[in-house]
Design a protein around this ligand. Structure first.
Ligand SMILES: N[C@@H](CCC(=O)N[C@@H](CS)C(=O)NCC(=O)O)C(=O)O
Length: 339
């Protein structure tokens, strides 16, 4: 039995509290937790709706880990057994042979009482969940999976910049990545207002920071940009309306809108985004805040492809490396999900 999806928790006047990842084993080059990096051994399970899982989708593309770490995409709509493989033929993941992600959680720990969340990495031979630790997964893809990176892969977590990257990510997580959820799931006026203020305080700080620099830290793409992108790309489609973060739209903030478009148009970012999955998940699953389940038609995503002019700020997106190649045909976003 899985816990109810976030957002449908019983309504008391408690602030929204994010659960911590229960399964925090790490897949490392030296295999110290019993899970060595190995091509083809693990399966990355994501929802394209989920911002935390989407970090892993972007990092995997930028690093060229597609064939080393194959992908399973779940249906954006959970049922009472949580995430389902209904997009696969016969509703079963063809490699793991399971219908619900919960089965991999159960294989790892019988009777685990917590929620079944994505991203999740599953060990294919045993069918067991290895980790759902979304904060760690992408950092390990960048630093532990290096032997399997593509030639020309960028360094997304460069050693000399880690302290600054961590500091930037901390504020982005608290006020934006998680701040929008605190606003959206608030059940009391003052909790909502606190979260709303934090979201737009961070908007203001970031638009100042990014006015004259192309990326958040250094002059290349890093993990910090991935984490900001996955929230910004959802902003007008869901957070502005559904989560009531409506002081500004992203499109009304010239700096952040240009920054987000620049990333969206960079190979590895926009080509992982499915606006159809994003909108259907939030508006249909969170029945506590959208009881009708009606999904809005707007906004028009066409703007994501317009010129951003951020090249003028310089920057070297991939440092000494190169952009990733085209998306594999079976991972391309269907027309309903893109501009
Ligand atoms: N709550 C997860 C973080 C990732 C997360 O919240 N994922 C969401 C989708 S955006 C999810 O799978 N929610 C289902 C649930 O928690 O029941 C954790 O603490 O590990």
């Amino acid at each position: 039995m899985s816990a109810p999806a976030e957002g449908n928790q019983a309504y008391g006047k408690k602030p929204f509290k994010r659960s911590t990842s229960h399964f925090a084993d790490r897949i490392t080059a030296d295999g110290r937790d019993g899970w060595p990096v190995e091509a083809g051994r693990y399966r990355l399970v994501v929802s394209r709706a989920c911002p935390w899982a989407s970090r892993a989708l972007v990092a995997r593309r930028l690093l060229g880990l597609e064939s080393a770490l194959p992908l399973a995409v779940v249906d954006p709509i959970q049922d009472d057994r949580s995430w389902r493989f209904t997009l696969a033929p016969d509703g079963r993941d063809p490699v793991l042979g399971i219908r619900f992600l919960a089965e991999a959680y159960d294989a790892r720990e019988t009777g685990y009482p917590g929620g079944v969340s994505v991203p999740a990495i599953v060990d294919v031979p045993s069918g067991k969940l290895v980790t759902n630790d979304y904060q760690r997964i992408t950092l390990d893809l960048a630093t532990e999976w290096t032997a399997l990176h593509r030639p020309g892969a960028p360094d997304l977590y460069p050693e000399p910049l880690r302290a600054e990257i961590d500091e930037v990510m901390e504020g982005v997580f608290r006020d934006l990545n998680n701040g929008v959820y605190r606003a959206g799931f608030a059940t009391g006026q003052s909790d909502y207002e606190d979260a709303y203020r934090a979201v737009f305080h961070r908007f203001d700080l970031l638009s100042e920071r990014l006015a004259d620099r192309r990326y958040l830290v250094g002059d290349t793409l890093t993990e910090a940009d991935i984490r900001l992108f996955t929230t910004l790309v959802r902003f007008d489609a869901v957070y502005h309306g559904h989560f009531k973060c409506n002081r500004d739209k992203l499109t009304e903030n010239p700096v952040l809108w240009a920054y987000a478009r620049d990333l969206y148009q960079t190979p590895g970012f926009g080509d992982t985004v499915d606006f159809d999955h994003i909108k259907r998940h939030y508006y249909q699953v969170h029945t506590g805040i959208n009881p009708t389940g009606v999904v809005p038609l707007g906004p028009d995503p066409a703007g994501w492809l317009t010129a951003h002019h951020r090249e003028r700020l310089g920057g070297r997106p991939f440092g000494d490396g190169t952009p990733p190649g085209p998306v594999e045909p079976d991972e391309r976003i269907p027309p309903a999900g893109r501009p």
